[in-house]
Design a protein around this ligand. Structure first.
Ligand code: SF4
Ligand code: FES
Length: 258
């Protein structure tokens, strides 16, 4: 595949610098391309660009899309690690493009960028997230109560809040689920993200739907499929201790205490 190259004279200086004082480097981004309207096969395409290494991979993708090839397709929204829409495999590891600095991923060598695994690729770096969100919906990620509406807010002690604090941080990026070999082999497995979001409510003292959620996760495609590989915990850009949360859900299923 041809190698599009953009020289420095075409590039804009990064914020806070000028074209002459910014320490630009030439980096090669090797991107997995797939367009079902053109070919059934995915291919790698190299783009060489001049860029400040303190910029993020998302900035490089923007530069390529806006200045070299407008057909390059990827998701992003917030650009600040909040929306979870730009998880992708960068140098073979699941990361958020908006939270990955180019200088931290060895830009002397070609930087590979490909879609997350285990979900159908729709185009370039965009995958079909529907199976992921279906598993999320299946665990009922909302507060369930059984009548007895309180006349004031539902109180909770700091200690009770602490029990599920870690799993509230999930941004549904799918980096964990798409890093899980069980999910790769069997797309029916609920996956770590759904279990994390079930955990968030099962261990919430205000919630009364724990039994329902545990039954959902007791399914043959539920928590027992987890092989404690730790890929999920390593992949999570929010630093959530996912394997620990999965273990806590397993224990709750055995003891029925949560
Ligand atoms: S648990 Fe972490 S990796 Fe998994 S979806 Fe949530 S934020 Fe992303
Ligand atoms: S664009 Fe929102 S998390 Fe990266």
């Amino acid at each position: 595949m041809a190698t599009p190259v953009m020289d420095k004279s075409q590039s804009e200086p990064g914020a806070g610098g000028t074209a002459t004082d910014t320490p630009y480097i030439t980096a090669t981004f090797r991107i997995r391309r797939f367009n079902p309207e053109v070919s059934d096969e995915a291919t790698w395409e190299d783009f060489r660009i001049e860029i400040d290494p303190k910029e993020r991979v998302l900035d490089a993708l923007h530069k390529i899309k806006w200045e070299i090839d407008g057909t390059l397709t990827f998701r992003r929204s917030c650009a600040h690690g909040i929306c979870g829409s730009d998880a992708m495999r960068i140098n073979g590891r699941n990361r958020l493009a908006c939270k990955t600095l180019i200088k931290d991923i060895n830009p002397e060598k070609p930087i590979t960028v490909e879609p997350i695994k285990g979900l159908t690729v729709l185009k370039d770096l965009v995958v079909d997230m529907e199976p992921f969100f279906q598993a999320y919906r299946d665990v009922m990620p909302f507060l369930i109560t059984k009548g007895n509406e309180p006349t004031r807010e539902r109180l909770q002690s700091p200690e009770d809040r602490e029990r599920f604090d870690d799993t509230t941080k999930c941004i549904l990026c799918a980096a964990c689920t798409s890093a899980c070999p069980v999910f790769w082999n069997d797309g029916q497995y609920f996956g770590p993200a759904a279990i994390v979001n079930a955990h968030r409510f099962i261990f919430d003292s205000r919630d009364e739907g724990g039994e329902q959620r545990l039954e959902v996760l007791n399914d043959r495609e539920g928590v027992w499929r987890c092989r404690t590989v730790f890929n999920c915990t390593e992949a999570c850009p929010r630093g959530i201790e996912i394997t620990k949360a999965i273990q806590e859900v397993k224990r709750a299923l055995i003891t029925r205490r949560y």
